[in-house]
Design a protein around this ligand. Structure first.
Ligand SMILES: NC(=O)c1ccc[n+]([C@@H]2O[C@H](COP(=O)([O-])OP(=O)(O)OC[C@H]3O[C@@H](n4cnc5c(N)ncnc54)[C@H](OP(=O)(O)O)[C@@H]3O)[C@@H](O)[C@H]2O)c1
Length: 270
């Protein structure tokens, strides 16, 4: 564990799930925390959890994909704590459905959350992170490594994060801003997690067998490790690392494997 006392972290989408676990892990290392989410009640519950660690916790309730909210989030963090060291872009939503069945609105909603929701706070954070030589972390998914069936909107939005991360790494090299990209695998669900279905309505995912998936706490530890070691890419799970190795080198073989396991794959993504 690093000593992050005196450092300040914003985690977007941190009222529950992976985002909350990341906030807890960074707080346990001493960082002051800015929590974010759209629902006041959920945010207040998350704050209660964080306050058991220390009292340097604030909440900013806003939809981070909306114009002006990125600016507000960074401003409130700096006004309250005087600096910004880590921005963890965790907000993200998944979708289900074959391209042929998807409406344009589904793509718009997924890109709004996953791409705009990350770029929006990032733009406002960069001037502050230049001062502290801090970190911007993008929470991606193994689905961001290659296009997968029924996940096209999600996959393409997460792939876009890689391009943004690569651009910033070069642009901000002279300011020594660290940019990390974490490819997360299927993770435990602690609540009724929802995704967007092909017609735009929200569907609740089935419960997952927690023995077969990674815990939010483990994912959070890997995110902290990425930050503390100032790594570029962290890919979680063995299958994730295998996919990251194979997909660019043997794309047709990977496609064949996916086709062979299509039914199993579609079942898993429910
Ligand atoms: N869970 C997995 O298996 C998995 C696997 C790979 C990658 N990931 C990635 O990990 C990240 C977190 O996933 P998760 O499963 O923990 O998600 P989740 O359980 O759905 O939680 C999302 C969090 O973000 C908040 N949120 C959503 N949209 C927001 C917005 N526009 N503005 C502000 N807050 C917003 C939610 O609170 P409110 O709804 O109250 O706003 C909630 O706190 C995502 O980027 C996801 O793509 C997850």
């Amino acid at each position: 564990m690093a000593n992050l006392k005196g450092k300040v972290a914003i985690v977007t989408g941190s009222s529950r799930g992976i985002g909350r676990a990341i906030a807890v892990d960074l707080a346990n290392q001493g960082a002051s925390i800015v929590l974010n989410g759209r629902n006041e009640l959920r945010l207040a519950e998350a704050k209660e959890v964080l306050l058991k660690i220390h009292d340097r916790v604030v909440t900013v309730c806003c939809d981070i994909s909306k114009k002006g909210s990125g600016e507000r989030l960074i401003k409130e963090a700096v006004e309250r704590f005087g600096r910004l060291d880590f921005l963890v872009n965790n907000v993200g939503i998944s979708s289900r459905g074959k391209v042929a069945d998807l409406s344009l609105e589904v793509f718009e909603a997924v890109f709004s959350s996953n791409l705009m929701g990350a770029v929006n706070p990032t733009i406002s954070a960069i001037p502050e992170l230049r001062k502290t030589q801090g970190s911007i972390i993008f929470i991606s998914s193994l689905a961001g490594i290659r296009g997968l069936p029924v996940l096209s909107a999600y996959c393409s939005s997460k792939m876009a994060l890689r391009a943004v991360a690569e651009s910033i790494r070069v642009e901000e090299k002279q300011h020594n801003i660290h940019v990390g990209l974490v490819y997360v695998g299927i993770t435990q669900i602690e609540h009724n997690k929802e995704v967007i279905s092909s017609d735009g309505s929200m569907i609740t995912l089935n419960a997952r067998d927690n023995k077969k998936v990674q815990s939010t706490g483990y994912v959070a530890k890997m995110v902290s490790r990425n930050i503390n070691k100032r790594k570029f890419i962290t890919t979680l799970t063995g299958i994730g690392r295998l996919n990251a190795f194979m997909a660019p080198r043997f794309p047709l073989l990977v496609e064949k494997l996916i086709l062979k396991n299509l039914q199993k794959f579609e079942e898993k993504s429910k």
